[in-house]
Design a protein around this ligand. Structure first.
Ligand SMILES: Cc1cc2nc3c(=O)[nH]c(=O)nc-3n(C[C@H](O)[C@H](O)[C@H](O)COP(=O)(O)OP(=O)(O)OC[C@H]3O[C@@H](n4cnc5c(N)ncnc54)[C@H](O)[C@@H]3O)c2cc1C
Ligand SMILES: O=C([O-])CC(=O)C(=O)O
Length: 349
């Protein structure tokens, strides 16, 4: 017999809840809802676009490695994410989804440790810049040129929400104070994509904020991104404006725009691209990167009331949540599958 969504014997017999309405939560929820038609998937969050950290992200696909996670695994996460986004960027959905190709330069004042970053094979046309190209950046002595993807979450998140609903997913706006609340609603698996919220939701003291401020400016003449290798200063042309940044303020919880930061960002970025001093500022925003020494993608059994409930964690992506969103979502999907397969036989239909 051939099973489809309608006649599958376990049709919607299992329930999964995903906490988190940012790029990690929606990617994970879409992966689960599309791959497991016999699951009823609910996404719960207290903040949605345009009010998440993901909305503040420049959304450029590059990455620094996490120290204790095998590099091959991080390569796979990056590759899966960029392949997924490249396909969207090259489809008729690109502008609605807010995903575009972006070419430019990452430049360094000193020779970087990794002249060839771990993701270099997955972006397009990665190469070391020539001396001639470096001439326009006299303070920098080394550079990398490549084409990557820019994923603008203010478009991407609504697009992903549509995709999730199309796959049968449900969306609820609500704060979850305790995982116990979800357990008492009987969910079979809880997926935690709460970013910085994991600090209180699951009591993870390893998660901390790294404050980032960016500006959107009107400078349609800029075609290429420029990123200072240390990651403090960057200029990313996008669909409707140019994102210029940034700051990396560790353990700083301030969500208000700091005018001094804006001034400093504009000065730093104008020294990389002098024409920026003519650009009109369209807006400023702040986000708190959900940082952690290592991103947490793993499952555990948690005793909630009298029940042992499988919880799959997918949070702590720091400054790389867009870059790793689809890859870590696929990893979380694999963990959800394992949880469902290992349910005690009596509990299975
Ligand atoms: C200035 C700046 C620039 C950046 N640029 C880039 C970039 O170019 N490339 C890149 O890859 N990354 C970038 N990042 C990092 C990126 O923004 C994050 O890694 C990413 O947004 C994390 O996504 P997330 O879904 O985990 O978190 P979030 O977007 O913060 O979403 C968390 C979600 O969980 C929900 N939540 C939390 N706790 C609860 C609770 N108890 N109950 C209910 N809901 C809850 C929230 O409401 C929210 O919906 C940047 C970040 C900043 C600040
Ligand atoms: O560093 C960058 O180029 C952009 C980014 O990911 C961030 O600000 O977190």
């Amino acid at each position: 017999m051939c099973f489809n969504k309608q006649n599958h014997p376990m049709m919607k017999s299992m329930t999964v809840v995903v906490v988190g309405g940012g790029v990690v939560g929606f990617s994970t929820a879409v992966c689960i809802a599309e791959a497991l038609p016999y699951c009823s998937v609910t996404l719960i969050a207290d903040r949605f676009t345009p009010d998440t950290t993901s909305d503040v992200a420049a959304g450029i696909l590059i990455c620094s490695p996490f120290p204790d996670i095998p590099l091959e695994q991080q390569q796979r996460w990056f590759k899966e994410t960029i392949d997924h986004l490249l396909a969207i960027a090259q489809s008729e959905q690109a502008s609605e989804a807010g995903v575009l190709l972006s070419s430019g330069w990452q430049i360094h004042k000193e020779l970087p440790v990794d002249k060839v970053p771990f993701w270099s094979a997955f972006v397009l046309g990665f190469r070391i810049m020539t001396d001639r190209e470096l001439k326009r950046f006299p303070d920098h002595k080394f550079g990398q040129a490549f084409t990557t993807v820019k994923c603008e979450c203010s478009n991407y998140l609504p697009w992903m929400e549509k995709r999730f609903r199309k796959a049968g997913g449900q969306v609820v706006k609500q704060k979850v104070n305790d995982l116990q609340e979800l357990s008492s609603q009987g969910y079979d698996v809880i997926v935690n994509c709460s970013g910085l919220g994991a600090k209180s939701l699951v009591g993870d003291s390893q998660v901390y904020p790294v404050r980032g401020q960016v500006l959107k400016v009107q400078a349609p003449w800029l075609q290429h991104f420029i990123r200072d290798g240390e990651g403090q200063s960057y200029i990313y042309p996008g669909m409707h404006s140019v994102t210029v940044g940034g700051t990396r303020q560790v353990d700083d919880w301030r969500l208000e725009v700091d005018p001094e930061d804006s001034q400093d960002i504009l000065e730093r970025c104008s020294s990389l691209e002098p024409s920026l001093s003519r650009a009109r500022v369209l807006g400023e925003s702040v986000g708190l990167r959900p940082s952690r020494k290592n991103v947490r993608v793993e499952r555990e059994m948690v005793l909630l009331g009298s029940r042992q409930v499988p919880v799959v964690h997918n949070y702590g992506h720091g400054g790389w949540g867009v870059s790793l969103s689809w890859g870590t979502a696929l990893e979380a999907l694999g963990l959800v599958r394992k949880c469902l397969h290992e349910r005690p036989p009596r509990a299975r239909l």
